[in-house]
Ligand binder design. Structure first.
Ligand code: ADP
Ligand code: 5GP
Length: 258
């Protein structure tokens, strides 16, 4: 069975009885769920950490736009898992911000080293979510957001990563094509390829709706964001709980020093 090896850096400091303990060994767990539980308990979380938000849906449906809007409405709540990809950056995209842009060789090496929670070939390019990408967000104490395709959703489900999984669908294929063209980031051949993948993803969402916790039609941006906010209510509450517990334990440590 696969061994999930979390990066050492994921295990930071835990303050117990006024002493700071640092675990320095690599955590090797047999499943992402165990890994999640292990790091949670090590971090001494008094409250359960919020689940990740996984947003899936065809290219051009509006995932990026919805997430950007949601981050405006709920500032300091979300952090984005930065995936690795072998595709070339689009104008304006920055290495390490939208993606870690890597060569095929680099990608396969990282994959062989067990650095990815999931990988998928989408539109002829490789994409993958690394453990470190998720851990980086966790360390900021935010809800980790993954923008991944349906294959990635299957892997995340199989791995039992605690996540709220939402599929965004377009009002119609014609509207999806209009949005993809309107974005102006792909040439004709790439648009056609993305439309073919989109048809397949929509078929899967239609035939296997249970893969997702919710399917939202992204017609009106504000309405989509409102629906997502409602779905995320519990996670935002959990986030507040973790933050309050963290603040209380920090205050206790400070008062203990005087
Ligand atoms: P994705 O991240 O899913 O590939 P984007 O967020 O890049 O998609 O959106 C693709 C295009 O569709 C963008 O030009 C965006 O402005 C537009 N768009 C997104 N959501 C909506 C919506 N609800 N109504 C109309 N246009 C939208
Ligand atoms: P784009 O090239 O438009 O940024 O992304 C193309 C597709 O790849 C989108 O459907 C996006 O959700 C998906 N994707 C991006 N990163 C990942 C990833 O790490 N894993 C998987 N499985 N899909 C990804």
């Amino acid at each position: 069975p696969t061994r999930y090896v979390a990066p050492v850096s994921c295990v930071t400091e835990r303050h117990v009885a006024e002493r700071t303990w640092t675990l320095t060994t690599t955590v090797a767990c047999s499943s992402p769920l165990l890994y999640w539980k292990h790091t949670n308990s090590f971090m001494g979380a008094a409250a359960a950490a919020p689940r990740c938000l996984v947003l899936a849906g065809p290219s051009g449906v509006g995932k990026g736009t919805v997430l950007a809007r949601l981050s405006q409405v709920l500032p300091d709540v979300f952090g984005f898992s930065v995936s690795h990809t072998t595709r070339a950056p689009r104008p304006g995209e920055c290495d390490g911000r939208e993606y870690h842009f890597v060569t095929e060789e680099e990608f396969q090496r990282a994959r062989a080293e067990g650095r990815f929670l999931e990988t998928a070939s989408v539109h002829g390019q490789w994409y993958g979510t690394s453990w470190e990408a998720i851990e980086r967000v966790r360390r900021t104490g935010r809800i980790c957001v993954l923008d991944i395709d349906v294959q990635g959703v299957r892997s995340i489900r199989a791995a039992k990563l605690p996540a709220l999984v939402v599929f965004l669908r377009p009002p119609s294929m014609a509207e999806l094509e209009r949005r993809l063209r309107g974005r102006g980031t792909e040439d004709e051949a790439k648009i056609q390829r993305r439309l073919e993948t989109a048809a397949e993803e929509l078929r899967i969402a239609h035939e296997e709706p249970s893969l997702f916790d919710a399917i939202i039609e992204n017609q009106d941006l504000e309405e989509t964001c409102a629906q997502l906010r409602k779905l995320l209510d519990e996670e935002v509450q959990a986030l507040r709980g973790v933050r309050e517990a963290g603040a209380a334990s920090a205050a206790q440590r400070t008062s203990g020093k005087h």
